[in-house]
Design a protein around this ligand. Sequence first.
Ligand code: NAI
Ligand code: MG
Length: 495
Amino acid sequence: MTATEVPLPDLEASELRLLIGGERVDAAAGERLEVLNPATGEVLVEVPAAGAADVDAAVAAAREALPVWLSMAPARRAELLWDLGTRLAELSEEFASLEALDNGKTRGEALMVDLPLSSEIFRYYAGWATKIEGSTIPTASGLAQHVYTRREPVGVVGAIIPWNFPLLMCAYKAGPSLAAGNTIVIKPAEQTPLSALRLADVVQEVGFPPGVVNVVTGDGPSAGAPLAAHPGVDKITFTGETGTGQKILEASKANLKRVSLELGGKSPNIVFADADLDAAVEGTYGAVYFNQGQCCIAGARVYVHEDVHDVFVEKLLAKLTAIRLGSGLSADTDMGPLVSSEQAARVTGYIDSALAEGATEIAGGGRARLEDELSGGYFVRPALLTDVTPEMRVMREEIFGPVGMVSRFSDEEAVIAAANDTQFGLAAGLWTADVKRAHRVAAELHAGTVWINTYGFFDVAVPYGGFQMSGYGKELGREALDPYLQTKSVWTDLS
Ligand code: NAI
Ligand code: MG
């Protein structure tokens, strides 16, 4: 441990077992899952690897808890959600270390984004628990009928979580689910189960009734797939790869589950000639390289106006060459490792494919070979590619790593067409001093979120989610409650 490295979180302090119906249990079949430290490649700890029997038990517990949860006063449900958010805020330092250890992200980034937003989400949706309202509807035909609507929970929610924001994605799914009156089974990603298991401790500590929140750790085929196919699950909420989302949709057919999908993207980030260039460079750095580029919103297709292209690239390059790779737990680290050896191989594979197709790598160089004890980690140097063309794989497929692609443009209409030349539609960014241009272009971009003169901001009150193949079902804000509710119309004869 270097001087600036913080102490490792005490893994013994957490139960690190499944949470099913208020009990901490091992997987029924006794299977275990190794949790690796991505900065070293070493095994940190083992956790239960749930299978179909454990998923059955968790779904049964969630079903049993539904009437308990629903009969509880909304104000009491609100209080529990609020307490959960408050406790997470109190435990921020510990959770940030846990995320750094398990995912590889830097503690600084976890403390800036993952932790505050997670606790805010629970507190924001605590407010909504007492505001789930229907309406009174005068019939259009003028019938002598009194009609009102009730907004009822869908029932048992299965939440399948990715590894890039392990705790935060639990909050995205659990906050609105629970506020709407549902119970939930959370299945964290197999690469990063630790913060969800620690969250399970906190759920128990603040006093949620047994079975309202269940956590089953395990991999996609053994734990995710049975949850997605389970006849006792009413809704699946998922964030991850498009292909996995399609499998989940397929599995939902049997009982026509409700499904929300957040499937990543290939987001454009456009820098016009009149932009504040330093701000654009800073913002683009975050857009492409935050969280080692393992962000669904990564704005990695960077289009820069020809008048400022060379200066922009020079400034971005200067930033990249100063990046210090290292353990996410060290205060000296700007960028941690990727989450897994598979992800590092996948990302360097994308860089290789671009080079084979004629791109030029002006920064980067594949897997970083560090000279110290971190050499077993999954480090990839931040890469910047130029001479890219629209048909290259790196311009069409989600890379999910620290790789930016810079293209030159001269014309507004053409750059909008290039930006929209994608099957995805999660996010987009644009940089300009011209307010008319800013809103004209924002309206033209096919994306669920557009950032003007900034990139990557999130707020618990602002809806977020994709267009096209980035999925459907908004998260955050008031709109995020809708996918977890169903409307019942109640008629009373007044004639
Ligand atoms: P993935 O989509 O396979 O994994 C996400 C979650 O789905 C994990 O909890 C996993 O266990 C579960 N899962 C996997 N197969 C399943 C199945 N058949 N049924 C139910 N659940 C299943 O993503 P993976 O393989 O970890 O990463 C591959 C790529 O996916 C990344 O390189 C990235 O491009 C994309 N991805 C996008 C994310 C986003 O935020 N949009 C997050 C994670 C990955
Ligand atoms: Mg997968």
